[in-house]
Design a protein around this ligand. Structure first.
Ligand code: MG
Ligand code: MG
Length: 264
């Protein structure tokens, strides 16, 4: 079933979301050539648990060994932190963070450049972030889940980028993954109706080449089949009477989409 949450519950998800937002703001200063993904994982865990009652929601989820997912270059999602994985100049790194606070979950991901990256990588990051923005803008009561995937398609249409279809966003609340699934490809006006109080993790993943994926032998790491670069941007979004509320962004930024929509 698709849950509809009270305003107070949405606020609580936003409290955990603000911790993620703060962490993602701290990360660029820590991401540089020579750093290992295990070091970043340790930093993230320490940051999360330094907030009263907060814990990393992904640790142990379905048996995942890390506190956050760290996915480099052709890795799309679910990369396992490792002391052997040393970041190099020119890499791109997706960090996917879940926080559980007072029984409520929030989920956000961002892809960062490591040192100096290629123009190709920069363009991929920019278009994937734009796809997320476009998808969030249509997370409105009265729209449908399909409008979200349609917005991702509109962003990417006419480019060479691939939309990873086999991985989807999701409802989120007392569990990290709840109904409905939120595909990154969709048809406007199709799929479940969006209603005030629903909370969705919206998370487009794009590739610079083929959108086909496979899972590595570690059982976790999802990579592009052609080893092309992949980027992932995600926000947890509450559907409110005043429009989409980004719960994984801090302060005034959180209502940026809403304010832009109003022309305020
Ligand atoms: Mg995530
Ligand atoms: Mg997610």
């Amino acid at each position: 079933m698709i849950h509809v949450r009270t305003a107070a519950e949405v606020d609580t998800v936003g409290k955990g979301g603000a911790i993620i937002a703060g962490l993602l703001e701290e990360l660029p200063a820590r991401i540089s050539p020579g750093v290992t993904t295990a070091e970043l994982d340790a930093f993230c865990e320490k940051y999360i648990v330094s907030h009263d009652g907060a814990e990393p929601a992904f640790k142990g989820l379905y048996g995942f060994p890390g506190s956050v997912c760290v996915s480099v270059n052709e890795e799309v999602v679910h990369g396992i932190p490792s002391a052997k994985r040393v970041l190099a100049d020119g890499d791109i790194l997706s960090v996917d963070v879940g926080v559980r606070l007072d029984g409520w979950c929030s989920d956000s991901a961002w892809t960062f450049p490591v040192g100096r990256v290629s123009d190709e990588a920069t363009a991929l990051l920019e278009i994937t972030e734009r796809a997320l923005e476009a998808a969030v803008e249509v997370a409105l009561a009265g729209n449908h889940v399909g409008d979200i995937g349609a917005a991702v398609i509109r962003t990417v249409e006419g480019t060479q980028y691939g939309i990873i279809r086999e991985l989807v966003g999701h409802g989120i609340g007392q569990d990290v993954h709840e109904e409905p699934q939120v595909p990154n490809v969709g048809r406007a006006g199709h799929g479940p109706l969006l209603r005030e109080g629903m909370i969705l993790a919206i998370e487009p993943m794009l590739s610079a080449g083929s959108p086909d994926i496979r899972t590595r032998r570690d059982g976790w790491t999802v990579v592009t089949a052609d080893r092309s670069l992949s980027a992932h941007f995600e926000h947890t979004v509450g559907i409110t009477g005043e429009g989409p509320r980004i719960l994984t962004r801090v302060g005034a930024q959180a209502n940026a989409v809403h304010n832009a929509a109003e022309g305020a």
